[in-house]
Design a binder for this molecule. Structure first.
Ligand code: SF4
Length: 688
């Protein structure tokens, strides 16, 4: 028998926002090797361990191979049974249409996947808006990056990273706040290590844990949990007090300086030292280093955003960069590091409750008219629900049907018991997934989707860089790419979109969305890429704000801030602070990476990092089991005694479905973005 030939296909990694591109070598469904070619604009010649070895899940026996429908048996029990695509889609269309007709368009909602393609995000919001007449569509940036976007919108105008990894590499100084870049964005961390070693790039790292990113820093700031806004504001105030601000830049480019300076008055070095625990000398050193550096990039992640003050702390970083003139020139700018591979693109392409694609407000008449003309329907201006509001609306009975694409909402949204209770109350719930997830347990219909290696499309990485992925292999079994499922569902509902390839979806997007006017598959062929905004002639924008800010008068805006205490602080009973985040080997709940034998053998489950002092005081050692209990729930987890956490503080990776940290987290959100305050969490530890 003749052996199948070897195939080499370009794709984009799905495990973080760095967006590494590489070639996948396959023989039929067998992945032979992952090969970065050097052409990848984000990664150059390397990938991390997930990008290289994290693909076994594609052939995992747990993959859904076709649609499932919940059926009641004669004895009253319910089971999921295989169904044809025709039956499954007919059921979804009929049930959701009936609910929308009876209770109005606001009774149905949609959540898109930040792992699916840009074209698929566009179709989810088109299904919500054009077919069901609701703006209730959102994506998982609500859980992570919405506060960072808010901070950038307030101060500089665009909600994306200011420049590219070339700028981060070129900076004299990089300020990293609330990010363990080594573990969460590994290839970017490799570039940072190289810049530090070869060019003497200065690194200031602020975080709770003394992780490897912090250990390598020239200056490591270790604040009390929930106080980043204070030290950032105190450093900025000290720069003003010393006359170290970039006066020419402020006078030429920045509005609202006076009102902002007044808001800084409470943030003295004395107050900052007392509340953050960071020694005054370190705050002064931080201010001096930032002010004296020729070029500074500010990087931040969920250690900043997942707080009640997530938007304000993101704003404080941007304020500091503006005061020191660090926007609009190479080697400068604000860089929230996007977590999911396409969390940037999912919002960019419209799966967000307040905007059409390209951040055009739903109440903008001209924008709405463009989509009404293109889609041939009248569109609603009524405010839609975001993810968090959807869960509350299910509890209050106003939201009755949910369509969920590729998101493990039952475990990744905060307060998992509250979320799962909501999912159980829905009149109708459709989950579109590659595995039978925890969320799928609550579904009425489960639609079998295909992962990135089985489809064409585009992703947008943390640099606003749109990149092309090509189909490596055919969908497994009877699973299908999300864009095909959505197109067929729309047809069942009387809307014949007629797409035969994702390039046609992108052509429609470019024709209706100024931010992507010049995006075409021809311009993205192979390893080519485009950073938005992209003009009609194909000119893209790797570095923003070189000639104006995206705000009135073309000027940036300093935004006044105040600090409030974090929610859920340790007390006599719940006496420990629990932090959470990623580890290098796994992605989020680990439903994909735990299926890679190599990665799973390194870290088979989550754990809790405990300091040597606390371990000794409680009589626990590495490998012992403890129960972490919060005011919402409890999880059982193994101890890892670590010198990276302080006494009184714990750290737990996200990568578990059995022991998910979100059984502990609360309903408290950042009021400006509705992002849950995942990082404000007091627990007690019971030794088992
Ligand atoms: Fe994938 Fe991120 Fe690793 Fe690159 S750095 S290979 S995008 S997980």
């Amino acid at each position: 028998m003749r052996e199948a030939s070897v195939k080499q296909t370009k794709t984009v990694c799905t495990y973080c926002g760095v967006g590494c591109s590489f070639d996948v070598w396959t023989r039929e469904r067998r992945i032979l090797k992952i090969e970065p070619t050097g052409e990848g604009p984000a990664n150059g010649i390397s990938t991390c361990v997930k990008g290289k070895f994290g693909w076994d899940f594609v052939n995992a026996p747990e993959r859904l191979r076709g649609p499932l429908v919940r059926r009641a048996a004669a004895d009253g029990t319910e089971t999921f049974e295989p169904a044809s695509w025709d039956e499954a889609l007919e059921t979804v269309a009929t049930r959701m249409r009936a609910i929308a007709d009876e209770h109005g368009p606001q009774s149905v909602a949609f959540i898109a996947s930040s792992k699916a393609t840009n074209e698929e995000s566009y179709l989810v919001q088109k299904l919500a808006r054009a077919v069901f007449g609701t703006n209730s569509v959102d994506n998982c940036s609500r859980y992570c990056q919405a506060p960072a976007t808010q901070g950038l919108w307030r101060t500089v105008g665009y909600g994306g990273d200011a420049g590219t990894m070339d700028d981060i590499r070129a900076a004299d100084l990089v300020l990293i706040v609330g990010s363990n870049t080594d573990q969460s964005h590994p290839v970017l961390a490799a570039h940072l290590r190289a810049a530090q070693k070869k060019r003497g790039q200065t690194h200031i790292v602020a975080d709770l844990r003394a992780h490897t990113t912090a250990q390598r820093a020239d200056l490591f700031l270790r604040p009390t949990p929930g106080t980043d806004l204070i030290w950032l504001s105190a450093v900025t105030k000290h720069i003003f007090d010393q006359g170290w601000e970039d006066r020419a830049f402020l006078d030429r480019w920045v509005n609202h300086e006076q009102i902002y300076r007044e808001s800084l008055e409470p943030f003295t070095l004395q107050f900052a030292e007392a509340t953050t625990g960071i020694p005054r000398a370190q705050l002064v050193e931080c201010a001096r280093l930032v002010a004296e550096a020729g070029t500074v990039c500010g990087l931040w992640a969920m250690g900043v955003t997942q707080h009640t003050m997530g938007s304000d702390t993101s704003t404080a970083i941007s304020n500091l960069l503006l005061v020191t003139g660090n926007f609009g020139k190479p080697g400068t700018g604000g860089y929230p590091l996007r977590g999911h591979n396409n969390v940037q693109g999912c919002s960019d392409f419209g799966s967000i409750n307040t905007f059409f694609p390209g951040y055009q407000k739903v109440e903008d008449d001209a924008a709405r008219q463009r989509y009404e003309d293109a889609w041939g329907v009248e569109l609603s201006t009524e405010k839609g629900l975001d993810n968090r509001e959807m869960i509350d609306a299910i509890h209050d009975g106003s939201l009755k049907a949910l369509f969920l694409v590729g998101e493990e909402i039952a475990l990744v949204d905060a307060n998992a018991h509250y979320v799962q209770d909501a999912l159980s109350k829905l009149d109708f719930f459709c989950v579109q997934e590659i595995f039978f997830s925890k969320s799928a347990e609550f579904a009425d219909v489960v639609l079998a989707a295909s992962p990135s290696l089985e489809k064409d499309g585009t992703f947008t990485n943390t640099e606003r860089r749109i990149q092309r992925l090509y189909k490596v292999m055919d969908p497994l079994g009877d699973s299908r790419p999300d864009w095909e499922i959505l197109t067929d569902l729309a047809r069942k509902l009387g809307h014949d979109w007629g797409y035969t390839h994702p390039s046609e979806i992108m052509d429609e997007i470019a024709a209706t969305t100024p931010l992507f006017a010049g995006v075409t598959y021809a311009r993205l062929a192979g390893y080519q890429s485009l950073c938005w905004p992209v003009a009609e002639d194909g000119t893209d924008t790797p570095l923003l704000y070189t000639d104006e800010f995206h705000l009135p008068e073309g000027k940036a805006r300093l935004y006044p801030l105040a600090w409030t205490e974090p929610s859920d602080q340790p007390d006599d009973e719940y006496d420990l602070h629990l932090n959470s985040g990623r580890n290098l080997e796994h992605f989020h709940t680990g439903n994909q990476t735990h299926k890679s034998a190599g990665l799973n053998s390194i870290i088979p489950d989550t754990y809790v990092e405990v300091s040597h002092e606390l371990a000794e005081a409680r009589g626990v050692a590495t490998g012992d089991w403890v129960r972490l209990v919060s005011r919402r729930g409890a999880v059982r987890v193994q101890v890892l005694v670590s010198d990276q956490v302080r006494d009184g503080e714990l750290f737990m990776p996200l990568s578990s479905s059995q022991h998910a940290v979100n059984y502990l987290t609360s309903n408290v959100v950042d009021p400006d973005s509705h992002t849950p305050a995942y990082k404000e969490l007091a627990v007690k530890m019971e030794v088992l």
